[in-house]
Structure formats: C-alpha cells, structure tokens
Design a protein around this ligand. Structure first.
Ligand code: FMN
Length: 193
C-alpha cells in the first residue's frame, strides 16, 4: 500500500494525573517514526468523556473518530488484573470502525507491566471483529522511566523497548496491508456479499 496508514491510538485511563499521557506520547512518537500517521482517541477528551454515561452526541463523535482508520493501538494500564472500566465502556460504545482491522496492545503497570490487561482485552476485541497482534510492548513502572514529554532517559532501556516496538510496528503494518486487501476484495459482512 502506497499511502500513509492512519492508526487510532486509544488511551485506557481517564484518571487525573494519569501516567497514560507519557506512555502514549512515546508510543505515538514511535509509530510516527515507523511511518504511520496517528489519530488520538482519548476517553478523557471533553468531547468523548460523556461516552461514559451513554451521551448520544459523544458516542456519535466517537464513531466518527473511529472511521476510516487502518488499525488501532490501545495504550492502557492494568487495574486489578484487567483493563480500566472507562476503556471497556469506550470499546462497548464504539460501533463498527474496528471491523476487520488490526489492533496492537501496549500496556503498563506494576510488576506485571499490565500484561493481564492485554490478555483480557484480546477476548473483548475478538467480539469486535478485530485481529489482535501477537506481539506487544509493555512497561513495568513507566512512571520511573518515561518523562512528561514521552522520552525514556536510560539509553539501554530505550533501545530495548524500541527494538520491541520495531517488531510491533512491522506486524501492525503487515496486518493493516493484509486486511486492507481483504476488505477491498469482498465485503466483510456476509449479507453484503
Ligand atoms: C486500584 C488500583 C489497582 C491496580 N491494579 C494493578 C494491577 O492489577 N496490576 C498492575 O500492574 N498495576 C496495577 N495498578 C497500578 C496502575 O497500573 C498504575 O497506578 C498506573 O499508573 C495507572 O495508570 P494511569 O496512571 O494512567 O491511570 C493498580 C492501581 C490502582 C490504583
């Protein structure tokens, strides 16, 4: 595919003072470095926050933001061994923008680096007709490693996660291409075929 692919970057936390922004800044920078354009889908954005209480205008705006994307990357913490509630509500409100798209999962948290949130999300995302990437990137204690601008201070640390991100970006690109060809070939929905 010749044109630049656009990836929706979805945040998981709406907590004031969240670490999510730092991790998402690093992720967005990396995706752009690997040639993707990005579109932020932030459940704490004032226009999207009312999605949490089922506000129709906010849900409409979410559907619009989810449309026409080549794939998604979710950047989420883990709370009590799962994804945060606001992320689940956002996903539950999000409509068909996901269908036949790849989704990459990037997590953070304490000792587990949020890996259980990733595994919990895979089950949910299968229901949304997505393909989740096998490869992930996760951060143990990102609050000690990533600054407000999304920079990783320690060069060895940065090199290790950048290497993981290079594999992740390659797989995301591969699946985005493969699924775009498949969608163009024939409709995903059986009733349209
Ligand atoms: C109620 C609560 C439960 C948590 N549960 C987990 C957990 O199960 N696994 C983990 O790795 N971190 C856990 N954490 C740590 C969070 O992942 C960490 O605070 C992270 O910074 C939250 O993301 P945020 O700052 O972007 O909201 C928990 C934190 C809280 C407050």
């Amino acid at each position: 595919m010749g044109r630049q692919k656009i990836i929706g970057v979805i945040l998981g936390s709406i907590r004031e003072g969240r670490v999510n922004d730092r991790v998402a800044r690093w992720v967005t920078g990396q995706l752009e470095r690997h040639g993707f354009a990005t579109r932020l889908i932030d459940p704490a954005d004032p226009g999207l926050l009312p999605v949490q209480i089922g506000d129709k205008a906010a849900i409409g705006s979410l559907h619009q933001r989810m449309q026409g994307l080549d794939g998604f990357v979710i950047v989420t913490p883990e709370y009590n061994h799962a994804e945060p509630g606001p992320l689940k509500t956002l996903i539950d409100s999000s409509g068909p923008g996901w269908f036949a798209r790849p989704v990459g999962l990037i997590s953070y948290g304490g000792m587990s680096g949020g890996l259980r949130a990733i595994e919990a999300l895979r089950i949910i995302l299968a229901e949304l007709h997505t393909v989740t990437l096998r490869d992930t990137v996760s951060f143990v204690s990102p609050w000690r490693r990533i600054d407000e601008a999304g920079r990783i201070a320690d060069p060895e640390d940065a090199a290790a996660v950048e290497a993981a991100m290079a594999v992740f970006a390659h797989r995301l690109d591969w699946w985005a291409d493969a699924l775009a060809v498949a969608r163009e070939g024939r409709p995903y929905d059986p009733e349209e075929g």
